[in-house]
Design a protein around this ligand. Structure first.
Ligand code: ZN
Length: 447
């Protein structure tokens, strides 16, 4: 290999540092935030650089977007370097790493020794990478059954601090998980429910927080078939399950003292002679009957089972799901939608998200919305034609929650993106893991 080819952007290790705009060389064009200089790449924002420990969400967004731009320009080997103007800390380094990450490309990113030696930072980096990588697995490489292998990797990352239990196939029927069984009945890959249990003070301790996640490993829509363009990203329809599993792992790694359980409701929504039909009626464990008016509204059908299981724990319940297009229409790809019948829980979640530099926004949910899912054919329908979609989905879920004042629902509009943008590459974003972990800690009063 010649000297020259080693100097291409693709394989040269390049230092990246932040610099105050007034310290850029005088000859350099003003108004640029990325400057390729002799000793590396200087990032300089319009606004003055913040002091250590006071990094705003806007500033971290600038860092993330800069990292994304470098990755888009094929800088694949980067080393973060401190400058007299700015010292990289775990928060800014994490923001950079998240923007830099590119699916399907070999990259190397080195952090400063201080940051690299920070165990909390390494835990966050590892868990987030697991969540993003797992969501990005295509449907043929992640089935409800093979999800176990991935969960075991997460368990290892978390030092074996939580257990994994699996209920699958005919066991689902005998245990009364009719929603998961019905959604998965059309696929050759049998559906299942995973239960992750983090019990730091033993198996008899009460459960403080039960998490529930939608784990549709591929969603064709079923007989209410999706058009091909909309089906393309549907391997990511298990994003809720990966996000809550990641949050549980983060909590375990941080030494959180309370017991946390996660229920991952997994199925593949396919078409076959045994698939659910439009008009089928299913009966849940709590006696509620549901008519399936749209087989593509399957997420709420599987989540209902997870919520019923979580209700048995008696603690707080948070569920997370890539549930509706309506949430994305309302909030775009930057915010997760928060829905709750408890003002204080909704406010706590939004505060928690802000404190870890993530974005969450509340959508309406009131007691009167619960009437919108009533049906003449069964107790309730899984599809309300003209309703506010994110709200009616939550109203459906509310029917399966015993103590609604202790329940919060997340519609994960910012979990995945089909094209690069907003400072992220194509694919899973990992957004929400930290918000959930922070929210649980805040409820407990754990720093
Ligand atoms: Zn669907």
């Amino acid at each position: 290999m010649t000297e020259q080819s080693e100097e291409t952007a693709e394989n040269r290790i390049i230092d990246v540092y932040l610099i105050a705009r007034e310290h850029l060389p005088a000859w350099y064009p003003r108004g640029q935030s990325i400057s390729v200089l002799e000793d590396g790449i200087a990032l300089s924002s319009e606004k003055p650089l913040p002091p250590p420990g006071e990094l705003s969400r806007d500033f971290l967004r600038f860092v993330r977007k800069s990292a994304r731009t470098l990755a888009d320009r094929n800088f694949n080997s980067v080393r973060l370097r401190d400058s007299p103007d700015f010292v990289w800390d775990p928060e800014s380094s994490f923001a950079f790493s998240q923007g830099f990450r590119t699916l399907n490309r070999k990259q190397s990113l080195a952090f400063t020794p201080e940051v690299a030696g920070n165990s909390g930072f390494q835990d966050l980096l590892g868990v987030t990478a697991w969540v993003r990588d797992t969501i990005d697995l295509p449907g043929n490489l992640l089935t409800p059954d093979s999800y176990q292998k991935e969960l075991e990797k997460l368990q290892e990352l978390a030092g074996g601090r939580f257990s994994i239990k699996k209920i699958s196939g005919s066991e689902l029927d005998s245990a009364g998980f009719s929603g998961i069984a019905t959604v998965g009945q059309g696929s050759v890959n049998p559906p299942c429910l995973y239960i992750l249990d983090y019990a730091p003070s033993g198996d008899t301790a009460p459960v403080f927080m039960s998490l529930a996640g939608k784990g549709i490993t591929f969603d064709t829509g079923g007989y209410s078939l999706k058009p091909s363009g909309l089906m393309k990203s549907m391997h990511s329809d298990m994003g809720g399950s990966a996000t809550v599993a990641g949050a549980l792992a983060l909590l375990a790694l941080s030494g959180f003292p309370g017991r946390v359980r996660a229920y991952l409701a997994c199925a593949e929504n396919m078409i076959s002679g045994s698939a659910m039909r439009v008009g089928d009626i299913i009966r849940y464990r709590n006696g509620k009957t549901v008519v399936i008016d749209n087989t593509d509204a399957e997420g709420r059908l599987v989540l209902a089972d997870a919520l019923l299981a979580a209700a048995g724990d008696g603690g707080y319940i948070l569920d997370a799901a890539t549930l509706t297009g309506a949430a994305k229409v309302a909030l775009g790809r930057e915010y997760h939608a928060v829905l709750s019948l408890s003002d204080s829980l909704a406010e706590s979640f939004i505060r928690a998200a802000g404190s870890v530099s993530e974005y969450a926004w509340r959508l309406p949910l009131e007691e009167f919305h619960l009437d919108l899912v009533k049906s003449g054919l069964a107790d309730i329908t899984n599809s309300v034609p003209d309703g506010p979609g994110a709200t009616t989905a939550a109203a459906f879920l509310a029917q399966f929650v015993a103590n609604r004042e202790k329940w919060l629902h997340l519609d994960l509009s910012a979990s995945y993106q089909k094209t690069p943008g907003f400072g992220y590459g194509l694919g899973a974003r990992g957004h929400g893991i930290r918000s959930i972990a922070r929210f649980v800690k805040d409820l407990w009063g754990f720093r």
